[in-house]
Design a protein around this ligand. Structure first.
Ligand SMILES: Nc1ncnc2c1ncn2[C@@H]1O[C@H](COP(=O)(O)OP(=O)(O)OP(=O)(O)O)[C@@H](O)[C@H]1O
Length: 259
């Protein structure tokens, strides 16, 4: 049987009296798009943070590729191959697309200048950035040296996803990638998500947008009251079923398709 690429068991995170995660289980299978849905305050963000090193759970375990991992910071998770694109994109608007793509992992020139003065290999970074954006069909971005602040919302999101796809070797987490976008831009981002999937990289998609979730997700993790309520197949359930499970208006399916 196929093993999950990312697996969590019994994750618990308390903030004072609030239990944001309550013995939560989670499974992401290789190559899939797994949507995570849930009401406001259900604990989706906390789950994602626990999987990406931004929050250290009080209890529970996380396994990546069958090996136990203990992330203490997002850098730990990144180094292990988990890239997260947050709703509030962590980008520097005044810097170029290439600079943003390589922020925090700049390429240093080989030779003396690099060794002694840590001089950056700008040409190399631009070349790789262009290649990555092209690969993902982001051809609308003409100039790799253009400042990110001059891009549209959808293009910015595209750069963020391309950055994640370029470096996230194992898992990409997207937190509400279409929330701030118009119809056309959302469409482009959804296509991009499918492009990334077709390259074999599994994606966790947190979204409140049910049509978007139902369009791209292979499976849907329904989160409620800090834990996984069930996992549903979007081909077998309607959007109104999903909302009813999520809000507690309807009992979840008897045999939750855990993984
Ligand atoms: N840093 C924090 N300090 C205190 N309480 C927190 C903190 N982060 C989250 N919580 C609480 O934990 C619970 C779960 O929050 P979380 O943000 O994970 O939910 P969510 O499902 O992502 O919600 P939304 O869809 O509204 O973003 C909420 O009750 C929230 O108030």
């Amino acid at each position: 049987m196929t093993q999950p690429i990312l697996k969590a068991r019994g994750l618990t995170k308390r903030y004072g009296k609030v239990t944001a995660l309550d013995r939560c289980d989670f499974d992401l299978m290789p190559g899939e798009i797994l949507a995570v849905i849930g009401d406001n305050g259900a604990g989706k963000s906390t789950l994602i943070k626990a999987l990406s090193g931004a929050v250290v759970p009080d209890e529970g375990s996380v396994e990546l590729d069958g090996k136990k991992v203990d992330f203490h910071s997002p850098i730990d998770a990144r180094e292990a191959g988990i890239e997260t694109v947050y709703q509030t994109l962590a980008m520097s608007p005044a810097l170029s697309i290439a600079d943003n793509m390589f922020m925090g992992r700049e390429i240093i020139q080989s030779g003396v200048m690099g060794k002694l003065f840590r001089r950056l290999d700008k040409a190399k970074m631009q070349e790789i950035a262009r290649e990555k954006l092209n690969e993902l069909g982001l051809m609308t971005i003409q100039n790799i040296n253009q400042a990110v602040e001059t891009l549209s919302g959808g293009q910015r999101q595209g750069v963020a996803v391309a950055r994640a796809a370029a470096f996230g070797s194992k898992v990409i987490i997207l937190d509400e990638p279409t929330a701030a976008l118009g119809v056309k831009e959302s469409r482009r981002v959804l296509e991009l998500i499918q492009d990334v999937k077709s390259r074999g990289i599994p994606i966790i998609l947190i979204s409140h947008n049910m049509p978007h979730v139902f369009e791209v997700a292979d499976r849907i993790h329904v989160h409620r009251l800090g834990r996984r309520l069930c996992v549903i197949d979007p081909k077998e359930h309607s959007m109104s079923d999903a909302v009813a499970f999520m809000t507690g208006a309807q009992e979840p399916p008897e045999h939750p398709q855990a993984a």
